[in-house]
Write a protein that binds this ligand. Structure first.
Ligand SMILES: [Zn+2]
Length: 65
């Protein structure tokens, strides 16, 4: 029996913590397509490499706990 969530790499906590998604916390946009960075279980979608780089430099500044 294939666990579809495990197959795709989701649900590493057996689904107890749902995968959350957030927009671009640097500029506040919510782009439909962009650069995805997963930080502490939250997928952030950045509008541009510029915003993604800002986040990479200091994720704690932008990440919501
Ligand atoms: Zn942005």
């Amino acid at each position: 029996m294939i666990n579809i969530k495990s197959f795709f790499g989701f649900g590493k906590n057996n689904g107890e913590e749902p995968i959350r998604s957030a927009g671009d916390p640097v500029c506040g946009m919510r782009p439909a397509h962009g650069i995805n960075i997963v930080h502490e279980g939250v997928t952030y979608t950045f509008c541009s490499e510029h915003c993604a780089e800002q986040f990479r430099k200091d994720p704690k500044r932008y990440a919501k706990s």
